[in-house]
Design a protein around this ligand. Structure first.
Ligand SMILES: [Zn+2]
Length: 183
């Protein structure tokens, strides 16, 4: 597995794999589509219901106050093979939710070899907020989730599934993971 980084298309040597990944396109995707304010927040865990972010106030992320327009949504895109490298295609999917999107709802596209999605938060995080006069709180993990690892085993994802956040690119292929810092 190799990754193209930087504007000159340099190759980061990642030995032992045969696929080239256009990591520059992954970072570009995050910068354009990973910072769009979320309309919904579905807390992790069974039985949780969707909370419209418009109903959330006094939001704190890791103890720091943030506006609701600083809660970003996960966005998905197809990965396609183009000119010998795995790069971001045109197909898109989002639930406009901070913690939830679904790669199975991506459209098909010629050359599709996998998928990529943004994570709005790069590290384990705690969140607290007020809603309807009550306070609520929760926590969620940074980096690929168990569902993301499961996604990497789906046979149609021949070049894997990629997670990108503000700090790292995670390339997951059948449970194996390579982490590339974005800076
Ligand atoms: Zn994820």
């Amino acid at each position: 597995m190799k990754a193209i980084a930087g504007g000159k298309g340099t190759i980061e040597g990642l030995k032992g794999f045969g696929t080239t990944y256009d990591s520059k396109s992954f970072v570009s995707f995050f910068n354009k589509e990973g910072k769009i304010p979320a309309q919904n927040f579905t807390p992790p865990g069974p039985g949780s219901s969707i909370i419209p972010t418009s109903e959330m106030s006094n939001i704190k992320l890791n103890g720091h106050s943030i506006g609701r327009n600083q809660l970003y949504a996960e966005h998905q895109a197809n990965l396609i093979m183009k000119d010998g490298a795995v790069t971001v295609g045109v197909g898109r999917e989002t639930k406009n939710d901070v913690l939830y999107s679904d790669a199975r709802d991506l459209p098909n596209e010629p050359g599709k070899v996998g998928n990529i999605h943004t994570h709005p938060v790069s590290e384990d995080a705690s969140i607290s907020f007020n809603r309807n006069g009550l306070s609520d709180s929760g926590s969620f993990g940074g980096g690929p989730s168990p569902a993301d690892r499961d996604e990497s085993y789906r046979p149609e994802n021949t070049s894997g599934t990629v997670v990108v956040d503000s700090k790292n690119i995670y390339i997951l292929t059948r449970g194996k993971q390579i982490v590339i810092p974005t800076k």
